[in-house]
Design a protein around this ligand. Structure first.
Ligand SMILES: Cc1ncc(COP(=O)(O)O)c(C=O)c1O
Length: 400
C-alpha cells in the first residue's frame, strides 16, 4: 500500500477506483457540489478545525479509551482482545463523530434543518443531539420495524426535539428510510442539509464521513502504541454502511495490519436472510453511488435482514468495495446467533453491554482468537447496547 492513501482517495470526483461517484438527479447534483465546495473550504480552515477539536474534547468526551478485555482474553486462551470504546462517546456510539462535523458544516452553509435516515436509531440520536447543540431543526426518517425494535432511541430523538417520520413502505427498514428521507430532502435542498449516516451516498459524503470518523483511527493508533509498544495484528469492525469501520481502518491503512470488515450473516447465506453485501453482492448503483450491492433477480436492491437494525443495508460504502477489491481489507460474516452470544459474553465477562451491531465485530474476534496466541486483535466497539436490551431480553432472555 502506498503512503498517504487517505490523501489519494477518493479522486476529485469521489471515486475509489471504479466505486463511488455521484449518480443523482439534476437538482441534487447542484446541492452536492455546493456541499463539496463548502466542505473543501472549511476542512482547511483553522477555525473549523479548532471548533471541532473543542467539541470533541468538551462535548463528546473524546478521546475514548482502549480497553484490554482481560477476562475474555483469558477465557478464549489465545490472542489479546482490545476494544476501542466508541460506546463511551457521547450518545453511545461513533455516529456523533460525523454528525457534529456535518452539523457544523450545515451551520456554516446557512442551512436551517438537518434531515437523515436512521436504522438502529444511533445516527438519528446523534443528529438530533447535533441539531440541539447548533440550534437547527431536525427530521429523522426511520422504518416502522426499526421504530418498534429500537424504542429507547425513538424516545431519545423526540426528547432532543427531532421530528421522527415513520416509514411504512417495503421492508420498513433502513433502505426504505434512506429512500424516504432523500425524497423529503428533494423538496427543499436549499434550506436543508442531508446529513447521511454512514460512508455511503453520492460524493462528497463517503469522503466527508470517513474524514470525520478518522479520529477513531488516529486515537486508536496512538493509544495502542502507548499501551502495548506495538501495532495490533488485526483490526476489525462491523460493517453496515461502513462508517465505524472506515474510521478505525483509516488509522492503520498504510501499516502492515490486517483490516477485517465484519458483515451480518443474519439467518444464513440465502438471499433475503442476510445483509452481507461485500461477501455476496455484485457491482451496482443505489442511493447515488456505485458500489457492491445485493440484488434480486431483476437487478434491483434485494430485501435484506439482520438482527442488527444498523447493519441491514443492501449495499456498502464505496471505499469498502474498493479496498476489498484490491485485497487491502478482508471480510467476514457473523450470524445473528453468534452476535447475540458475543453480546452476552461481553456483558457477563467484562461488564460492558455492547450494541448488537458491534457484537458482530466482537464475535469475529472471539471466533479467531483461540488460534492466534501471541497476536493482538483490536475491535472497534462502535456502540453501547442500551437501545437493544428490551428487544434482546424479549427474544433471547437473559443469556446463560
Ligand atoms: C452502534 C452501531 N454500530 C455500527 C453501525 C453501522 O453503521 P456503520 O457501518 O456506518 O458504522 C450502527 C448503525 O446504526 C450502529 O448504531
Amino acid at each position: 500500500m502506498m503512503q498517504s492513501y487517505l490523501k489519494q482517495f477518493p479522486d476529485k470526483n469521489g471515486f475509489f477506483g471504479k466505486f463511488g461517484g455521484s449518480f443523482v438527479p439534476e437538482p441534487i447534483t447542484k446541492a452536492m457540489e455546493e456541499i463539496n465546495q463548502a466542505y473543501n473550504l472549511i476542512a482547511q480552515n483553522s477555525d473549523f478545525i479548532a471548533e471541532l477539536r473543542k467539541i470533541r474534547k468538551h462535548f463528546q468526551g473524546r478521546p475514548t479509551p482502549i480497553y484490554f478485555a482481560h477476562n475474555l482474553t483469558k477465557e478464549y486462551g489465545g490472542a489479546g482482545i482490545y476494544l476501542k470504546r466508541e460506546d463511551l462517546n457521547h450518545t453511545g456510539a461513533h455516529k456523533l463523530n460525523h454528525c457534529m462535523g456535518e452539523a457544523l458544516l450545515a451551520k456554516f452553509m446557512g442551512k436551517k434543518k438537518l434531515i437523515a435516515e436512521t436504522g438502529a436509531g444511533q445516527h438519528g440520536v446523534a443528529l438530533a443531539t447535533a441539531a440541539a447543540y447548533f440550534g437547527l431543526e431536525c427530521e429523522i426518517h426511520m422504518g416502522e420495524v426499526d421504530i418498534a425494535k429500537e424504542h429507547p432511541n425513538v424516545v431519545r430523538m423526540k426528547i432532543l426535539g427531532a421530528k421522527v417520520v415513520s416509514v411504512s413502505r417495503g421492508a420498513k427498514t433502513l433502505k426504505e428510510a434512506v429512500d424516504s428521507a432523500f425524497e423529503a430532502y428533494l423538496s427543499d435542498p436549499k434550506n436543508m442539509m442531508y446529513a447521511i449516516g454512514s460512508v455511503v451516498g453520492p460524493h462528497p459524503f463517503p469522503k466527508m464521513v470517513r474524514d470525520f470518523q478518522a479520529i477513531v483511527g488516529i486515537e486508536s493508533k496512538e493509544q495502542f502504541l502507548e499501551m502495548t509498544g506495538e501495532l495490533p495484528d488485526i483490526v476489525c469492525a462491523c460493517v453496515g454502511g461502513g462508517s465505524n469501520a472506515m474510521g478505525i481502518f483509516s488509522g492503520f491503512i498504510d501499516d502492515a495490519v490486517d483490516l477485517v470488515g465484519v458483515e451480518p450473516l443474519g439467518r444464513g447465506s440465502v438471499l433475503g436472510e442476510h445483509a452481507a453485501s461485500l461477501s455476496y453482492g455484485s457491482e451496482g448503483i443505489m442511493h447515488g453511488f456505485n458500489s457492491v450491492m445485493l440484488k434480486d433477480s431483476r437487478g434491483e436492491p434485494a430485501p435484506v435482514y439482520s438482527v442488527a437494525s444498523g447493519l441491514d443495508y443492501p449495499s456498502v460504502g464505496p471505499e469498502h468495495a474498493y479496498l476489498h477489491s484490491i485485497g487491502r481489507t478482508k471480510v467476514a460474516a457473523i450470524s445473528d446467533k453468534e452476535a447475540i452470544s458475543a453480546f452476552f459474553a461481553l456483558s457477563k465477562k467484562e461488564g460492558i453491554i455492547p450494541a448488537i451491531e458491534s457484537s458482530h465485530a466482537l464475535a469475529y474476534a472471539l471466533q479467531i482468537a483461540p488460534e492466534l496466541k501471541g497476536k493482538k486483535i483490536l475491535v472497534n466497539l462502535s456502540g453501547r447496547g442500551d437501545k437493544d436490551i428490551d428487544f434482546v431480553v424479549e427474544k433471547y432472555g437473559y443469556g446463560e
